[in-house]
Structure formats: C-alpha cells, structure tokens
Design a protein around this ligand. Structure first.
Ligand code: 6R9
Length: 656
C-alpha cells in the first residue's frame, strides 16, 4: 500500500492549461493572495458579487460559539430569488436553465422565465398545504425537473428540504422522514431506469404505513405525486395529491420573502461510523455563496455560452450543489438526465454531450472506470469537441483513469479538475483552478482561495511535505455544515473533538502531501465505505444482515474494487438450523437481495462469505482491518490483539 502511494507521489506528468484556455479563462491567480491576505474580506467580496441580498450583511463571520458558525448573519436573502427571479429581472429570462432528457428519449428545455413561474406555482401549492417557514419537506423523486422545482419551492418559503435518494428503500425513507419530522413528501409514481419504470410511490406508502408503535405518529400530512412513470399506484384519499391536479392551476404570482442568512436550507443524510445516518444541516447564505463561487471558478463558467452537465443524482450532495444551487445561482444553462449511462445503448452519455453541446462535464471516477472497461471505441463514435473542462468527484481518481478521461473525453486538451469535498463541507474545498493550475493526474492538489486545509498527525501537528496523515480543515468556511439535525453533541464529537485544542475540522479522510505540497487523498480512515462515490456505513449494512433471520453475526468491510472504488464484502455467521436446511449458495444470494431491499441496491454486498467465527478483540470489537486483508487477498496483518489468534487462519481457509 505505502509503496504504491510513494509511486503515485512520484507522478512526473504536469498539464498546464493551454495559452488559449488561459486567455479566455475567468480564473485569476491573484485570488489566492487576496484570499490569504484577508480571508473574511475575500468571502465578503464573493458574497456581495455573486448574490443579491435583500438586506446587506455587516459582518462576515461569527465564530464566537465555535464550532457553531454564523456567516453573513445579519444579512437577508431568498435563495430561490437568487436562483431564478433575478436572472429574469436582468433580462435573461429566455436563457435555458435546464435541458432535460428523459431516459426513453423525451425531452424538455426550460428557460429561466419558465422555471421561475413553475417554482412560484409550486410554492403557492406548498403554502396552501400548510408548508411554511422552518417546516421540513421530504423529496423522493427521480431526476426530473420537478426535483429541482420542488427544492426551490421549498426554500422559497423558508422551509427545509430533505432529499432522499430515489434508490433508497422504504425503510431508509421512513427513518429519514421520521428523524426530520417531515410534514409533506413529494414523490412520483415512478421514474425510468435501465429501460423500464421503477416505482417510487409504493416505498412512500410503505414508509408512511403501519404506525402503531410508540412515538410513531405520522408527521406527514400530504403526499404530492408527480406522474412520470405512468405505473399504477395505490391512492390514499385526503392524503395524496397529484402534482398535475394542483400545480398548473396555481397562481404564478409569488413574491419571495427574504430570510436571515442562517435560515436552514436543507438536511441531507449521510452515513457515519456508528449508528443511524446523520442529518447534515446546511443554511442558506454561506452555502449559496460557496456553491456559486466554486461553480463559477472551478469550472471557469461563462454563463452565456457554456452548457454544464453534472451527472450526479439530486439525492446526493453533488446534485444539491452542482445541479440545483450552484448552476442556477450563476444563471447557467445545464443538462439534466433522468436515466442510467448505458440505456438504451452504452454511448448514451456521449450522445447527450453531442446533442446538447455540453462544454463542462462533471462526473465520478467510478463512471469513468466503467467506461474504460467497455472501451474508447464507444465515446469515439460521438462528437465531444464541445467539451472544454472536465471534473471529477466522489473518490480518489487513479492516474490511469485520469489520463483516459483527459485523452478520450477531453481530446487530450481539456483541463481536469479533481474536486475534493463532502456532504458536510457543502461545496468544493480542494481543486485545481482550470485556468491557473498545472494539473497532476491523481492529485486534487490545492485548497481553493479562501479555504484552509492541511494534513496533520494524530495530535494535530502538520506533517509537512512528503508525508501522510489526516486531512483537516483549519479555518471555518462559508458552506460548512451547521450541525447534525437534532444532535449537537454528535456534531461536536464526530467532527471537532478530535482536534479540539486547535479548532480543526476532522474530515475522516487520509491524505498525503507530495514534495510540491499538493494533496493526494487516500480514502476514509473510519469504517465508512465509498462505493461508486456513495458513502455507506459498515454498521448500517451489518445491522441489516443481522436483521435477517438466518444470520447470527455479521461483519462488513469495504474492499478495493477496480470499478466501484470500494465494494461491500460481508462475512456472516449463519445459524446452524439454517445451515442444515439451506445450501450456502442459496443463503448467499438471499442475503445479498435482503440488503438490497433493506438499504438499497447500492449497498448489496459484492461478496458474502459464510464463516463460523469473526475476529474480535478482547473487548469484543470486530477487527475489520483483518477482514479487509482477506477480502483484498492480502496476507493477514498483525493478529496479536485478537482474543483467539487462530480465528484468522480458519476464516482465510473458508474464504478460499
Ligand atoms: C462530494 C461527495 C465525501 C467523501 C470524502 C472522500 C470522498 C469526495 C473526492 C474524494 C478523493 C476526491 N471524496 N471527493 N476522495 N478525491 N476528489 O462525494 O460527498 O458523499 O459526502 O462523500 O468522498 O472520502 O470524505 P460525500
């Protein structure tokens, strides 16, 4: 592992932007110095330049109650107004905001004027359903324009959205609805995936059903349903409302009210090391400033000519910041696509780039690696010459994939921005600037102007160039999370206690600095896995496995995987009665399907190994590191802290 990293750090290739790119770029190398000279003044400038404030702020940052930050606290704004109305007022109402393409090939182009009207109508409908300032609305939709419209309508009213990824199961949806105490759910009958309609409404019905237990009163009053899939749905009279019965009829007059900058914007659930998912809370002002700032400079945005495409689903933070808020705050034109990359043919994405003339393309390494597998002859059938900037997000991008991306998709010239950030950071933190930075395959490189990041040892000391440690954020930033919904203690404990004395934010990622001081991200240091750019918790999957009646015990690890970055590998102990009556193959496939149903297909283990013991320390903690060795086919590491040192050889034999 470490020799592989050292090898990476010797990467000699550098790709400075071409003189033509630099000449047209909005990126300005002096931003680094200006930000370093006075960070708060720099962010204040960005906030005034990029957004329209109904009431100007007088103070940039209040860190007196750290780690609870307040940015632009006495300023007031409306997020939806900033993403919509003001562009229409500025004469850009006819500019396309969203080119949307459905998986079956149907499409819609929506201008800023039309999108503004739609959001106003929807806001009027939501207000009529009793949604107001501070209320929570769960959004469980496919990648259709109504997803963006719903998010903006919710924030227009000063309410808070909680988007739940459409691939999550009824159980996951239920726990998220309950944790946030959502009043309304916005969903669809179904959406198109892989050539067929995949239903969504039944999961909502199930999530809202059967509430007889203690503390299980339903907070949800209504379910607003978009017709997309055309599939049959059950209907609860009085609770369920068709979108098409109410939104088109509603008034398109709606004046956006301004709210304080620290008014909450959304809750987004993400996996943690232990226990249930954390509801990451973001607020309006700082979040929107940094989403707009990063979207503009990291992608060298020219709003009147660029066509931006971020392939992320709205259910992940990347979809929040770079489908909804960043692009729309900047008045950009973007492409939004409903389906999977290979439906109905393996060149679908490239066909879309050609059709819409996409100029900036932002996707994940897992997608790039799967395209590499199918071969360059597929993208080469399409005209990708419109592309001028490429972005990567979600996990480390290995140099081979980086080079392939640049050569095959970027014609050997488009700069690649490898962007490091998290649900918690709200927006991009570390990335090259395409018009400034000489890029290096595999390295996310440098913190953006205004952002302070370092690599520290366990005690918080800087490791210095050429060494590895933990990634820390040393100064507060505008889009930082403001807390965990309903759990301020867990917020402090998870992110701030580790480096309490220094006031550093602990990101949970390992990182190294090379001799030039460029950052190389090395993945999660805790027990959270990153599968195809999605964070999954080992604990959550273990709990699901153990919830199956055949399972006695389970341990889950993330093992390196060529395509998905990490893959879920499970070690389970099966109850003897089941072993006697079922074939191991049958049990394995049952368990894989079970996890898929309980949590979602993304969590379905790649491998399930049936074993009769798990490696545990004397205090009973499962030693996942040893299981990871087995899952990755390595020699098993130090077993001296095991209660029973023989266990690992038994497991290794069983896995073979
Ligand atoms: C935006 C997003 C966050 C975790 C993060 C890290 C990994 C994201 C990365 C990257 C290396 C990059 N990660 N971008 N690792 N290079 N460019 O993905 O948010 O879902 O919260 O995941 O993803 O491990 O800590 P989120």
């Amino acid at each position: 592992m470490s020799s592989q990293i050292d090898h990476l750090l010797d990467e000699p290739r550098r790709f400075p932007p071409s003189p033509e790119f630099v000449a047209q770029s909005i990126d300005d190398p002096t931003m680094y110095d200006r930000a370093a000279a006075d960070r708060e003044a720099f962010w204040g400038e960005q906030a005034r330049e990029l957004l329209t404030w109904s009431k100007p702020f007088t103070k940039v940052l209040d860190w007196s109650n750290a780690p609870f930050a307040k940015w632009f606290d006495d300023g007031e704004l409306n997020v939806a107004y900033n993403c919509l109305d003001r562009h229409v007022e500025a004469g850009n109402g006819d500019r396309v905001a969203i080119h949307w393409e459905g998986e079956p090939g149907d499409s819609r182009s929506i201008t800023y004027a039309e999108l503004t009207d739609e959001v106003k109508r929807t806001a009027n409908v939501l207000a009529g359903l009793g949604v107001g300032h501070g209320d929570r609305v769960a959004i469980y939709l496919p990648m259709i324009p109504e997803a963006v419209i719903s998010m903006l309508a919710v924030t227009r009213l000063g309410a808070i959205h909680s988007v739940v990824f459409g691939g999550f199961s009824a159980d996951s949806l239920r726990s998220r609805i309950d944790d946030a105490g959502a009043k309304l759910v916005i969903t669809a009958d179904g959406g198109w995936r892989k050539g067929r309609v995949s239903a969504l409404k039944p999961a909502v019905d199930q999530a809202l059903g059967d509430r007889h237990g203690e503390g299980e009163q339903a907070t949800v009053e209504h379910v607003l349903v978009v017709k997309r899939g055309g599939n049959d749905v059950d209907w609860t009279e009085g609770r369920d409302i068709w979108w098409h019965d109410v939104v088109p009829q509603a008034s398109a007059e709606h004046e956006a009210q301004a709210f304080p900058a620290e008014n909450p914007l959304f809750i987004l659930y993400t996996s943690g090391t232990t226990g249930r998912p954390k509801g990451i809370l973001h607020t309006t002002g700082g979040y929107l400033v940094q989403s707009a700032y990063t979207h503009k400079y990291v992608f060298d945005l020219h709003p009147d000519t660029d066509v931006f495409w971020c392939t992320a689903d709205i259910g992940w933070v990347t979809g929040h910041s770079y489908v909804t808020y960043g692009p729309l705050a900047n008045g950009a034109t973007q492409l939004m696509y409903e389906g999977t990359p290979d439906s109905p043919h393996p060149g679908r994405w490239w066909e879309l780039i050609q059709k819409y003339g996409v100029t900036i393309f932002y996707t994940a390494p897992t997608a790039i690696r799967s395209f590499m597998k199918t071969g360059r002859h597929i993208p080469q059938q399409f005209d990708l010459s419109s592309i001028r900037v490429l972005g990567s997000v979600g996990e480390p991008i290995n140099p081979e994939a980086w080079m392939w991306y640049r050569e095959v998709i970027g014609a050997g010239t488009a700069p690649i921005v490898d962007t490091w950030w998290q649900t918690e950071t709200g927006a991009i933190m570390v990335s090259p600037l395409p018009g400034v930075t000489a890029t290096k395959p595999g390295s996310a490189q440098v913190p953006l102007p205004g952002i302070s990041v370092d690599v520290a040892d366990d005690d918080g000391n800087e490791v210095g160039n050429g060494k590895g440690g933990l990634l820390v954020i040393t100064r507060p930033w505008p889009a930082m999370l403001r807390g965990i919904w309903g759990d301020p203690e867990r917020f402090k404990e998870t992110y701030w206690n580790k480096f309490q004395d220094r006031g550093y934010y602990f990101a949970g990622d390992g990182a190294r600095l090379d001799e030039d001081g460029d950052l190389w991200l090395l993945g999660r240091v805790d027990d959270v896995m990153n599968v195809s750019g999605h964070r999954l918790s080992t604990t959550e999957i273990e709990s699901s496995l153990v919830a199956h009646e055949a399972t006695a015990e389970a341990a889950v690890v993330g093992a390196n995987d060529e395509t998905t970055g990490q893959a879920v590998v499970a070690f389970v102990i099966i109850k003897q009665s089941y072993l006697d009556q079922h074939s191991p193959e049958g049990l394995v496939s049952q368990l894989r399907a079970w996890v898929g149903e309980q949590i979602g297909p993304i969590a379905r283990p790649r491998d399930v190994y049936i074993v009769n013991e798990l490696p545990k320390t004397r205090s009973g903690k499962i030693m996942r590191r040893l299981l990871r060795d087995v899952a990755e086919g390595r020699e098993v590491g130090d077993t001296t802290t095991l209660a029973d040192t023989m266990v690992m050889s038994t497991i290794s034999d069983q896995v073979k």
